[in-house]
Design a protein around this ligand. Structure first.
Ligand SMILES: [Ca+2]
Ligand SMILES: [Ca+2]
Length: 207
């Protein structure tokens, strides 16, 4: 019990900061070895639009792995994430609070036809879904998706609009290379090649 309380206190401390610590779904426990992060905004931070959270997730990285809004592609992955939901936050009176975390599904390309936004599954239609009953309802034009832990621990999904109101988003990090570091070897390789060509040229001119 004491350990549980300590863990809860640690979780609360993390919630008050910008992000909870990433955690891994290890292959040893039947997972995919990907890392996940429940990113939660501080109470003083303005809410995000879905597309803003998408951009932040896409520009994030962890341990050299590129981030993207989580793609929940199986019941096992959903169950794993449910067990790591950091808990409801203290921000109230918002359109959304820490019960809602934006994930990486959208139907912005074709209304009613949801696909994954990014990561290895980017552009793929959803094979697994966890919709809350009555969702998706596209009420007023809703093309983004949150996993919703408010009413249960099942993280059921709801489509939401691209309006300010996102206070948390779920990032997944996997083998997708981080864009900038991934480009670096190419750049270095290119410079090396140029140097090689230059040396060859100098060598040729000296011959
Ligand atoms: Ca929609
Ligand atoms: Ca909805």
């Amino acid at each position: 019990m004491k350990k549980f309380l300590l863990t809860s206190a640690a979780s609360l401390a993390m919630i008050s900061s910008a992000a909870a610590a990433p955690f891994q779904w290890s292959a040893g426990s039947g997972g995919n070895d990907h890392w996940y992060e429940f990113v939660v905004l501080g109470s003083g931070e303005p809410s995000l639009m879905a597309t803003q959270a998408e951009a932040l997730a896409e520009s994030s990285s962890f341990m050299g792995l590129g981030g993207y809004l989580a793609t929940i592609t199986s019941a096992a992955e959903q169950t794993f994430l449910n067990s790591h939901w950091p808990g409801a936050g203290s921000v109230t009176g918002q359109f959304m609070d820490y019960s809602f975390f934006l994930i990486g599904a959208t139907d912005r390309n074709t209304e009613g036809s949801f696909e994954w936004l990014g990561g290895p599954e980017g552009g793929n239609p959803l094979a697994y879904t966890n919709w809350k009953p009555g969702e998706p309802n596209n009420e007023g034009g809703e093309d983004y998706v949150v996993a919703w832990w408010e009413d249960s621990a099942t993280g059921r999904w709801n489509d939401v609009p691209d309006n300010p109101g996102i206070r948390g988003y779920l990032v997944e990090y996997s083998v997708t290379p981080v864009p900038v570091p991934a480009a670096l070897p190419l750049l270095v390789g290119g410079l090396g090649l140029l140097g090689f060509v230059a040396r060859r040229s100098r060598g040729a001119s000296q011959v």
